[in-house]
Ligand binder design. Structure first.
Ligand SMILES: C[S@@+](CC[C@H](N)C(=O)[O-])C[C@H]1O[C@@H](n2cnc3c(N)ncnc32)[C@H](O)[C@@H]1O
Length: 394
């Protein structure tokens, strides 16, 4: 069923709130887990003979040579040294770097039993970030082997093929939960608006990189009220995620289709009709593509004129992510000239706005946590409206 075009219309702000007290506590806890990760990194690198001994100093290249990063991990090596310097674990002495007293104090964390005890104490003190701790510990205890190419990153991030470590951070998480609800409300708003205007039409929504369905769950819940007039495409580049999605969402939702789609390629080459969607949703996925401009053009091509792209993305670099997802080669694979936030694959809010504009989107709205200053926001949900003017999707 093909639905008529959606006219671009002013969008009222959606009303999605966050428990401010709980979110403030979460931010303090998140800083505690991040600092634990930085000290763990320093202790492990010192024990591996990568960092200069206390009292000595070494050039940056010398330290990187001792780290012996495999091809593809050079940006991670640089990012780790920057991170240690910012955290006052390494300090400049002229053009050389020396460890600080913080590294000496953290030295015990080179031992697994000390690390485990510290991790347990941290989780007890900050139960709201307990889900972040096991992934961080696994990544830091496995880091040297991974960056040297001795061990595949997936073995560390997904031990035995399980997503248990990664999915730990998604459980009962006030921040992720807020952004997922925000995505859900924004998609719901678009679908409602469209169906109200075209009462005899179906709304078509395509989710790019749906993964394990962290965002899909709240979105499908919000859309359940219009299920009889909805077609939802749950897509991902990875077939394993489609099987997972089908198990999780397929049973009682005949209006959800599961299909492979790689946003780096044109929709028409992958069985999707250009100009057929009212909403395209991409949550935490577009930063992982080789070229953001191409990915945005392909999203634009999927949309009807006036349809919207909802993008949920981290817009600030977080050391926690460098210390964990930074181990995945994919984190560093981008090949474009977009102004990425240094030492990360991310774009900031201005970078996204510019990229949307170049891909033919207009009326770009940015949504984030209410009541928080712009420089404190770590994540943003954008709603960008497609024009009819983008032209070719390639
Ligand atoms: C960090 S996960 C996010 C999953 C989910 N959207 C969420 O927010 O919970 C990124 C997902 O994007 C998918 N992905 C990565 N590159 C992609 C591409 N080029 N096209 C489509 N999906 C892609 C991955 O397979 C993975 O499932």
């Amino acid at each position: 069923m093909t639905a008529p075009d959606v006219e671009a219309a002013p969008q009222p702000l959606v009303d999605v709130d966050v428990d401010q007290e709980r979110y403030a506590r979460f931010r303090i806890s998140f800083e505690a887990v991040t600092d634990f990760g930085r000290r763990l990194l320093a202790a492990r690198l010192a024990a591996a003979g990568v960092l200069p001994a206390p009292g000595a100093a070494a050039g940056r290249d010398e330290i990187l040579a001792r780290l012996a990063v495999a091809a593809g991990y050079e940006p991670l090596g640089d990012a780790l040294l920057d991170l240690l310097e910012r955290a006052d674990l390494l300090r400049r002495q002229g053009d050389r770097l020396a460890v600080t007293h913080r590294v000496v104090e953290a030295a015990g964390l080179a031992e697994d039993d000390v690390t485990d005890a510290a991790a347990t104490a941290l989780s007890r003190e900050h139960p709201d970030i307990a889900g972040y701790v096991p992934l961080l510990v696994a990544c830091q205890t496995g880091l040297v082997g991974v960056v040297r190419g001795d061990r595949p990153a997936n073995e560390v991030l997904f031990p035995g093929g399980s997503d248990e470590l990664v999915s730990g951070i998604y459980r009962d998480n006030v921040q992720l939960d807020f952004y997922n609800r925000l995505c859900a409300a924004l998609v719901q708003q678009q679908v409602r608006q469209f169906l109200r205007r075209y009462p005899r039409s179906f709304a078509q929504v395509l989710e790019v990189g749906a993964g394990t369905g962290g965002t899909t769950g709240p979105v499908l819940d919000a859309l359940a009220e219009r299920a009889e007039r909805l077609r939802y495409f749950y897509t991902d580049v990875g077939p394993a995620f489609l099987r997972l999605g089908r198990r999780r969402f397929g049973a009682d939702r005949p209006y959800v289709d599961f299909a492979r789609y790689n946003v780096e390629g044109a929709p028409e080459d992958q069985g999707f009709e250009p100009g057929s969607m009212q909403v395209v949703l991409a949550s935490n996925v577009l930063h992982a593509t080789l070229r953001i401009s191409a990915a945005l053009r392909h999203c634009h091509a999927l949309l009807k004129p006036g349809g919207v792209l909802v993008v949920n993305e981290m817009t600030s670099r977080l050391d926690y992510n460098t210390l964990t997802f930074g181990l995945a080669e994919g984190w560093w694979r981008h090949e474009d000239d977009e102004p990425r936030v240094p030492a990360s694959p991310l774009l900031d809010v201005a970078g996204w706005r510019a990229a949307f504009g170049r891909a033919g989107f207009v009326d770009v709205r940015a949504h984030a946590v209410p009541g928080l200053a712009a420089d404190e926001q770590v994540q943003t949900v954008f709603v960008a409206t497609a024009t009819g003017a983008c032209g070719a999707s390639r």
